[in-house]
Write a protein that binds this ligand. Sequence first.
Ligand code: CMP
Length: 155
Amino acid sequence: SRALRSTEEGQEAAAPTREVIKRAIMENAFMKNLENGQICEIIDYMYPLSHATGALIIKLGEVGSLVYVMEEGKAEVTNTKDEKINEIGPCTVFGELAILYNCKRTATVKVYNEFDIMLSWAFPAAITNCKLWAIDRQTFQSIMMKTGMLKQKEY
Ligand code: CMP
């Protein structure tokens, strides 16, 4: 419901951040064909999260409940054998697959920053956080569906 909008909780993304999120969505293979209105609504409902280096954001095989956009930071993507298969940097959507395809999480995503890890030996407090935005599954799916129905009405 609109009452749950992040806007009303005072956590809405500022204009430059909205641009980053929008760019991330438009660069995502599975979301780039969304209408502008859908993208804006997704951004309206996103709320900020932050995780420190080493934190697990997504665990492979689990049921997914959030779609994320990385605003700042770096994460590593690992497979079932705990091998690194990719890196996720700023302005990237991730965690979309389990939500779009109703499957379990296809990989593990963990905040990772070599520099932080090196620095933390000397200065544990110097660790920077990774800045994320998230939208929950139900809200995301209903935005997708609502516009799908509007499209149907046009025919
Ligand atoms: P999901 O399966 O929901 O959760 C794990 C996420 O990691 C997945 O969505 C993708 O967003 C991301 N992901 C999976 N495989 C890769 C990969 N090879 N490279 C980059 N990102 C990936």
